[in-house]
Design a protein. Structure first.
Lengths: 391, 648
């Protein structure tokens, strides 16, 4: 069987040609915007009552989220427009800027509440760890692609060491969830990038030992450790006894989250309805636990539609990976695929009590500008790869 | 090493990736289905109670009034100091200041604040009946006492007349765990008060009212988001008793005086020590409709001791056997042998069956009756010669009634095995009267079946399982296993007094709104008739009248000077076997008197039981006389004069 190697040559045209735009994956863009719009509408209905109870405008979150959505679509198109191979040349610069922004958070972001994860710009907060996701995908793809599908041990080591810097910074913020997501993305890309099975095996062993050590050596703060290990024993129906217990006080969020999902039932309580949602029983329901609020309002039918949209998004990304003309394109798509699939699985799984609570947002749906724009940028990368599969 | 091209190997890996991602999504769909289809019904039910917190405010309890308008159980305002838990939790300095002001230690105050029976969303009362100075200090120094408020609370209050009717009115107490479990569905809270005895218990649902319900929406942290609904409490309705406060007071004071007097009298016939007279009971009812006018029991208790929780020491005192169980209402729960007052039943049975007529003469030559090898003697062995029914009642000739009992036994083929017992039951003995008060006793009408059953169940205590002629003879004069409550006996005499109608005794005449509008009225409840021909009735009545009016009557001396004709009967129940005489286990005879007056047009049926107090005429008779004095407004201030003379 003869296979065609990934082409290494391409025309370095300054602008993307009109022919490329004909390869634009309308389905992927449409599904992405659909998820974001669905998310913004549900965000409004999920937070309206709570906001009113606090004397705030019921559109406080939804209005901002709509603005982020528009910015996100613009960013997505912009990212798609510039040929991704150009990013390869910028890869080292992107990487250094990312690391610098993460370092800067520790210096400039001191004033934010406890965790140093944000820059405050006016009333908006910029979260570099979110933007680090697409930039690190690009940088890693560019680096790994230079080895043309066979990643020697030294290259693998270099990739790991380089990735460890931003990962460690993000973990220190602390944004444990983002660090975890990036670790998964890293492994997926290395595996696809040609890392040898033996090396991957060693990596897996090291990871298992590392996780064990983290859980047992007190590296994690107690609340993080509790959240990771406790979800398995959380009852489906939190009763008063459980909530009064020591475990209950740290676990009522996932207990209530499960209950909120169940409360939705088959058809849901309807937009703007649902006791758990309207009473704010589940904390962080506009961000990390948005899925429980959605599931309560739209039920199995609506939740399944949302998951299907994510599945289509993943499928189109996977297709772009297959269709990519070069390895860098494939790796970018694989990175984005891993990013989206893992975040959806972890976030939705957490809301349904089958994954630990780890502070990971639902892409395009959870409230937050940085995550929204960064996620659109990531999809922009995928659109980009597909657009440029012929030239 | 596989020589696969990097691109081909990448395709394989991409396929693996697709499979992995598909599995992840499949897991999510499966979990979604489990939560939203399988788990949904239970979760949805739980959610309904989850987001709301409900605060209950107890409604002011309805009052209990006497028929003459006296408030027996009412409410009074108490000054209460409350603490908001959330504020107090964050302010230990305030707690020590408050403890000092209230004269408590900080741990005591903390315990009061942590009272689990108060909703976490409601302020906790830490002291009731706070002094004016304490209230003023808190109000003037609010800055020093954040979260502390002075409010008013209504608490139960029993008037002196209510205290005199403690056994009727009852008391309230904190709901018990068991009561709470069974009443939770009716909206009771763990902190609720509930009627524990008397009318407070039997009319609980009327008196309680509807608690105020405030529904608050709260979030997961417990912060209140808003008031969903607020239903104010609805006061309980009042219960108007048939009991007359004046009559009740007359009954209680006469009984107490009679018991005190009895304790000064020496039993010259049997035990030769003073009567112990530890306890007694009085019942007064209107024989024409069954309305209870008074129920007295002694010893008794003060229901105010239970308000706000009874102290350990007081409760121990009330339950100590040495104090003769003051919490027991002997008028309805005391089961006593009726002694000769039972002759009402025996006479009625004899007449109804035709075994005797008013003219039947029994020649009491020997002062008793020979049954087989045993001689059943009259009291003090007195022989009355030839007696008819009226005279037999008046002088309480046991032999006359022994004979009726013996004939029922011997001629059981003709009169049935329960000729006498059927009449006792028709008068309401042997079963609860159905008075609307808790803890009523049923008494006992013994017969062959009862004796057999007792023997089978407790062969040691009842070595004999056979009903002998001797049993029939003894029960005919209210001894042995005959057991009646003072209420049952009073109802039996009331039935005879009104010409034969058995009424269910009533304790309440109406339920009214707090404004006094009648909600329910209770009509007399006739149950059945005990039929006697006018001639039979007249003969018995003449006998009962003779008891108080004939110089040979057993209670003649008790009723001398009373212008109202009283029909009555003495009873002297032998409680202990004579072999115990001289030992501390010997119990002196129960003094019983049952009556109605005026004899020809009865307005009152009064009976009295006093334990270990001699002949019916010695202690119970004088008490009943004293009561009639007051009921008919005669000879005010006349003391109750117990005596040690006479016979029965």
């Amino acid at each position: 069987m003869t296979t065609v190697g990934w082409s290494d040559s391409f025309s370095r045209s300054r602008t993307t040609s009109w022919a490329s735009w004909r390869q634009f994956d309308v389905a992927l863009a449409a599904v992405t915007v659909a998820v974001a719009v669905f998310g913004a509408v549900l965000l409004y209905y999920s937070t309206r009552v709570q906001l009113q109870a606090q004397g705030l405008s019921p559109t406080f979150y939804a209005k901002k989220q709509a603005i982020y959505l528009v910015i996100g679509v613009v960013v997505m198109m912009a990212v798609a427009a510039v040929d991704y191979r150009r990013y390869r040349d910028w890869a080292p610069v992107l990487f250094i800027l990312t690391v610098l922004s993460l370092v800067a958070v520790f210096v400039l972001g001191r004033s934010s509440n406890g965790a140093e994860a944000w820059f405050q710009i006016g009333s908006y907060q910029l979260e570099p760890s979110e933007f680090a996701k697409p930039t690190l995908i690009v940088a890693l793809a560019a680096f790994v692609a230079t080895f043309k599908g066979r990643l020697p041990g030294r290259a693998l080591g270099a990739a790991l060491v380089l990735s460890a810097i931003p990962l460690a910074l993000i973990y220190k913020e602390p944004a444990l969830g983002s660090a975890l997501v990036l670790a998964v993305v890293l492994v997926a890309m290395l595996a696809l990038g040609g890392a040898r099975p033996l090396h991957l095996g060693i990596l897996a062993v090291v990871a298992v030992i590392g996780v064990g050590a983290v859980l047992n050596l007190g590296v994690l703060q107690k609340f993080q450790q509790d959240r990771i290990t406790s979800f398995l024993s959380t009852p489906n129906q939190p009763n008063a006894k459980f909530l009064a217990s020591k475990a209950g006080s740290s676990r009522y969020n996932d207990a209530y989250s499960k209950q909120a999902v169940s409360d939705g039932g088959l058809r849901g309580k309807g937009l703007g309805h649902g006791l758990m949602t309207n009473l704010g029983e589940v904390p962080s329901q506009q961000t990390d636990f948005i899925f429980s609020a959605i599931a309560e309002q739209v039920g199995l039918v609506g939740s399944a539609v949302l998951l299907m949209l994510f599945l289509v998004m993943t499928w189109r990304t996977w297709q772009a990976a297959i269709l990519s003309r070069d390895q860098m394109g494939t790796l970018v798509c694989v990175g984005v695929l891993a990013l989206m699939a893992f975040q959806v699985f972890e976030n939705v799984g957490m809301a349904m009590g089958i994954m630990p609570v780890a502070g990971i947002t639902l892409p395009f749906v959870s409230y937050g500008g940085s995550a929204m724009v960064a996620a659109f940028a990531a999809i922009g990368l995928v659109l980009n790869v597909r657009m440029h599969r012929f030239n | 090493m596989n020589a696969q091209s990097p691109q081909a190997s990448a395709r394989v890996k991409l396929t693996v990736l697709a499979v992995v991602v598909a599995c992840l999504f499949a897991t999510l769909f499966a979990r979604l289905w489990f939560l939203q289809v399988v788990n949904a019904p239970t979760a949805q039910a739980a959610v309904q109670t989850n987001g709301y917190k409900t605060i209950y405010t107890a409604a002011p309890r309805g009052e209990i009034l006497s028929s003459d308008g006296v408030v027996l159980a009412g409410n009074r305002i108490s000054q209460v100091i409350t603490v908001d838990r959330q504020t107090a939790g964050a302010d230990p300095a305030m707690k020590s200041r408050l403890a000092a002001l209230l004269g408590m230690t900080v741990p005591q105050l903390t315990t009061a604040i942590n009272n689990l029976q108060v909703s976490p969303y409601a302020p906790v009362p830490v002291i009731t009946d706070a002094s004016a100075q304490q209230i003023l200090y808190v109000k003037e120094h609010q800055a020093l006492f954040p979260g502390v408020s002075a409010t008013e609370e209504t608490i139960r209050d029993y008037s002196p007349q209510g205290v005199a009717a403690a056994n009727i009115v009852g008391y309230t107490g904190q709901i018990s765990q068991r009561q709470y479990k069974s009443l939770q569905a009716k909206g009771y809270q763990a902190s609720d008060l509930i009627g524990e005895d008397g009318v407070e218990a039997s009319f609980e649902s009327v008196l309680r009212g509807r608690p105020g319900v405030e529904r608050l929406a709260v979030d997961a942290k417990g912060d209140v988001l808003g008031v969903v609904s607020d239903t104010p409490p609805v006061s309980g309705d009042n219960v108007v008793l048939t009991v007359n406060a004046a009559d009740q007071t007359a009954a209680v004071t006469s009984l107490e005086a009679g018991i005190t007097a009895a304790r000064r009298v020496t039993d010259v016939y049997v035990s030769h020590i003073r009567y112990r007279a530890p306890a007694g009971a009085v019942v007064i009812q209107n024989p024409n409709n069954g309305d209870l006018l008074a129920l007295a029991t002694d010893p008794d208790y003060n229901p105010n001791d239970f308000v706000g929780g009874i102290s350990q020491a007081k409760y121990a005192g009330y339950t100590n056997p040495a104090n003769y169980y003051p919490l027991t209402d002997r008028a309805i729960a005391g089961a006593y042998q009726p002694g000769s007052t039972y002759k009402l039943i025996t006479a009625t049975a004899g007449l109804q069956t035709g075994l005797i007529t008013p003219q039947t003469i029994f020649d009491d030559v020997r002062g008793g009756l020979q049954v087989g090898n045993r001689f059943f003697a009259n009291d003090q062995g007195a022989a009355y010669g030839p007696v008819d029914l009226s005279r037999a009642i008046t002088v309480s000739d046991d032999a006359y009634f022994y004979n009726i009992g013996a004939q029922f036994y011997l001629q059981s083929k003709k009169y049935g095995p329960d000729g006498l017992q059927n009449v006792a039951k028709a008068y309401g003995l042997g079963s609860k009267t159905g008075i609307n008060l808790p803890k009523e006793a049923a008494g006992l009408v013994p017969d062959a079946q009862v004796v057999k059953k007792e023997h089978q169940q407790y062969p040691k205590a009842y070595p004999n399982g056979t009903w002998y002629e001797g049993d029939a003879v003894q029960t005919a004069i209210g001894e042995e296993q005959d057991l009646v409550t003072p209420l049952q006996l009073d109802s039996a005499y009331a039935t005879f007094a009104n010409g034969g109608t058995v009424y269910t005794p009533q304790i309440a005449s109406a339920v009214t709104t707090p404004a006094g509008k009648a909600v329910t009225t209770f009509a007399p409840r006739p149950v059945r008739q005990v039929v006697l021909t006018p001639a039979d009735h007249a003969a018995m009545l003449a006998g009962f009248e003779g008891v108080t009016s004939n110089p040979k009557g057993t209670a003649y001396f008790d009723f001398q000077g009373l212008p109202i004709p009283v029909a009555g009967k003495t009873g002297t129940a032998q409680v202990s076997n004579n072999s115990l005489i001289g030992t501390s286990a010997y119990k002196q005879t129960t003094s019983v008197f049952a009556s109605f007056a005026p004899a020809q047009a009865p307005q009152f049926a009064v009976d009295c039981f006093i334990e270990q107090a001699g002949y019916g005429a010695n202690s119970a008779g004088p008490v009943v006389r004293s009561i009639y004095n007051q009921l008919f407004h005669q000879q005010p201030g006349q003391p109750v004069l117990a005596n040690n003379g006479g016979h029965d």
